[in-house]
Design a protein around this ligand. Structure first.
Ligand code: AHM
Ligand code: MG
Length: 334
């Protein structure tokens, strides 16, 4: 009989990787896992909202039903607040970072950055959405934590992960020692280890980009897209194009199968659309830990200075050789 390993068991086992740790990070990851299950439960009912009670109405618990991204934001913040292991939460949904000032939390050593529901416009049409999280160690040693504690480079991440609410729900995370994926078994309500030690193929045949913006891409990106489309047997081209509009779904697929996801600068987003703190850095950490690469087209995402909470960046992320080739085009045509 196959032995099932739950996320909780796995986290406890892996604590041995950090001999001086006191279990705070493990508890923090556990808190995130619990919030993910609650959000998953609500997302799976998204299409029923019109049937079981309209969005602007009060539900059977006397609560006003909320847009799913607001709901997810509240769930994650409240799980982190009551867990006591995190002193600051920065969320893509909030303009400012949130200090958690309860007696147990204010001395906590971790900072969490979170995109509670990425790709949320996809919910209405039943396409996968996700949660992205990133964990940093607090740097300041006195008083309340500060904005600077959140504005750390991606290389300072202690852990990062995502939850994909898809045909099944998965939680994938890294603490800097490889990447592991857990699938939610709804019958027991537990995330179970299903994808141990994920390794991203060095090459792939999938490219993911919103080609609707083609006219506004930098020349290097235009040339790279054309390269992807040219027939060449030795490199398996033309590549396949896949783009859902949900970054986690696109990157998750490419992580497993091999591929590249690009969100370059465009006329509408001259610095790129995706947020460095909430989206690019955590996904870059995970992809690098799986053997892939994440770049702005010119430099490593994880090395970028972080000056603002909602700073944006262009991103080229995926299989190492594909990202390198795209960077070659950027250099050649800039
Ligand atoms: P969001 O944080 O507002 O959901 O936006 C992020 C999403 C990504 O998941 C996705 O890759 C991208 O926006 C899609 O943008 P576009 O519609 O411009 O292609
Ligand atoms: Mg987002």
């Amino acid at each position: 009989m196959k032995v099932v390993k739950t996320l909780g068991q796995f986290i406890i086992e892996k604590q041995a990787d950090f001999p001086f740790a006191k279990g705070e990070l493990s508890r923090l990851l556990r808190d995130i896992g619990i919030a993910a299950k609650i959000v998953n439960r609500e997302i799976s009912k998204a299409g029923l909202i019109d049937i079981i009670g309209e969005t602007d109405s009060v539900n059977s618990h006397g609560e006003r039903q909320k847009k799913m991204d607001v709901y997810a934001n509240e769930q994650f913040i409240s799980a982190l607040r009551s867990g006591g292991e995190c002193c600051v939460v920065a969320s893509e949904e909030n303009d400012e970072h949130i200090l958690i000032e309860s007696e147990i939390s204010k001395h906590a050593k971790y900072i969490v950055a979170i995109d509670p529901l990425d790709g949320s416009s996809n919910i209405d049409v039943n396409v996968s959405v996700g949660t992205i999280f990133s964990i940093y160690r607090r740097k300041s040693t006195e008083g309340a934590a500060k904005l600077e504690d959140v504005l750390q480079k991606g290389t300072e991440q202690v852990a990062a992960g995502y939850v994909i609410y898809g045909s099944s729900t998965m939680l994938v995370y890294t603490t800097g020692k490889g990447v592991n994926g857990f699938t939610l078994d709804p019958s027991i309500g537990e995330f179970c280890l299903s994808h141990p030690d994920i390794k991203m193929p060095k090459d792939g045949y999938i490219y993911s980009i919103n080609e609707g913006y083609y006219a506004h891409f930098p020349l290097g990106v235009k040339k790279y897209i054309k390269y992807c489309q040219v027939e060449d047997e030795t490199t398996n081209r033309p590549y396949t194009s896949r783009y859902t509009g949900s970054m986690i779904a696109d990157i998750h697929r490419n992580l497993i199968k091999g591929g590249i996801f690009l969100y370059p600068t465009t006329a509408q987003y001259p610095n790129g659309k995706l947020r460095l703190v909430y989206e690019c850095n955590p996904m870059a950490f995970i992809v690098e830990q799986a053997g892939g690469t994440a770049s702005t087209g010119y430099e490593r995402i994880l090395d970028l200075d972080v000056n603002e909470l909602h700073q944006r960046s262009a991103i080229f992320i995926g299989s190492e050789n594909m990202v390198k080739r795209a960077e070659d085009f950027m250099l050649a045509f800039s």
